[in-house]
Design a protein around this ligand. Structure first.
Ligand code: SF4
Ligand code: SF4
Length: 344
């Protein structure tokens, strides 16, 4: 696989990295086999996080003994120094290593979080110290808020930025990514497949490869997905055609503005509502026959009745989606589908 230098970190990484959220769903043995498969096919950049359940443990299991062959990025969502250091030590243990290549502040999307991080006893001071001690090689951050991300990038304190980027969320290419390039930051694209909503993986990757220096981090949970990424690169995709532009436009129209990226930051709901599935219902309903739809989505849709519109999920959603309204609209559609199924 082609290689690329990750900004001023100087780290040479594979043109496409491996987002390690989906390996949480796999058994340890399967996850390790998949990580090895990706490595054997040229993937050398693996992005995980303290927040991704046992993902770090699986990455550690896969690559201990060959640590210098891979680049490992992980994250802490702690904003205070003591908490961030506790996470760092935990990550080092789980990843079975004594250094992290890129240690990222996870999901800094509010001004108040940034103030906490840079304030007295904040995470920034502690991570800089950890870098001096050699436990961290480079410091990065991830965010879902463009204004906050631009502000943080402008401080010049970070070697990498990670932001959602795909053909329906292309705004980072207006200001954030050009700024990052100008100051030599490595650029990592999270959600290259829109959290699973962009099911044309080849087109989604091709779009990102048009952006100079941007390294996509697709989440893989099967070998065919790794193969697809590799074949997209091997085919040397070239420029986006008119036909592909039209296909992207169709996705934009279909997904609309209330588009849920399935990131699950809104969970858990205190009332037990299965928010992510309920958010997806309308989209899924367009792709499945009625009977399959009802048995697939029914249990999750039934939980929508428990919603008391407390707003907790909206507060947590990085895209500020109107979750209670959307899931209730989807619930009404589900009820109509139930009626329709009865009439058949
Ligand atoms: S608004 Fe509804 S779905 Fe969201 S957290 Fe509250 S009860 Fe759960
Ligand atoms: S509703 Fe928001 S937080 Fe929840 S999964 Fe969708 S995009 Fe993520």
């Amino acid at each position: 696989m082609d290689k690329i230098v990750l900004g001023r970190t100087g780290l040479e990484v594979s043109r496409v990295g491996f987002g390690c959220i989906p390996i949480m769903r796999l058994e340890k043995k399967e996850a390790v086999a998949l990580l090895h498969y990706a490595y054997e096919h040229g993937v050398t950049l693996f992005d995980t996080a303290n927040a991704y359940a046992d993902s770090e443990e699986k990455v550690g299991e896969a690559f201990h003994g060959m640590r210098d062959k891979v680049v490992i990025a992980t994250k802490t969502a702690k904003r205070d120094g003591a908490g961030a250091m506790e996470h760092l030590e935990l990550s080092l243990r789980k990843l079975r290593t004594d250094y992290i290549d890129v240690y990222q502040l996870h999901q800094v999307s509010k001004e108040s979080e940034w103030e906490e991080i840079t304030g007295p006893n904040g995470a920034m001071e502690a991570i800089l110290k950890a870098r001096d001690e050699g436990k961290v090689r480079h410091i990065g951050f991830t965010s879902h808020n463009l204004n906050v991300a631009i502000k943080i990038a402008k401080t010049g304190q970070f070697a990498t930025v990670q932001f959602p980027f795909n053909f329906i969320e292309s705004d980072p290419e207006k200001e954030l990514f050009p700024l990052a390039r100008e100051i030599g930051m490595g650029i990592l694209a999270m959600k290259p497949f829109g959290g699973g909503a962009l099911d044309d993986g080849k087109l989604a990757l091709k779009f990102i490869l048009q952006s100079k220096g941007v390294v996509p981090l697709p989440g893989f949970d099967a070998t065919w997905q790794v193969d697809q990424a590799i074949s997209t690169l091997q085919e040397n995709p070239g420029e986006i055609t008119g036909e592909e532009l039209a296909a992207m436009e169709r996705y934009r129209e279909e997904l609309g503005k209330e588009f849920c990226r399935r990131c699950e930051y809104c969970q858990p709901c205190p009332q037990g509502v299965e928010i992510t599935s309920a958010m997806q219902y309308e989209l899924v309903s367009r792709k499945m026959p009625l009977e399959t739809l009802l048995s697939f989505s029914g249990p999750a849709m039934e939980t929508v009745q428990n919603c008391i519109e407390c707003g907790t999920c909206v507060e947590r959603c990085p895209y500020s989606l109107s979750i209670p309204q959307v899931i209730k609209r989807n619930y009404d559609l589900y009820k109509r589908h139930l009626e329709e199924a009865k009439r058949k």
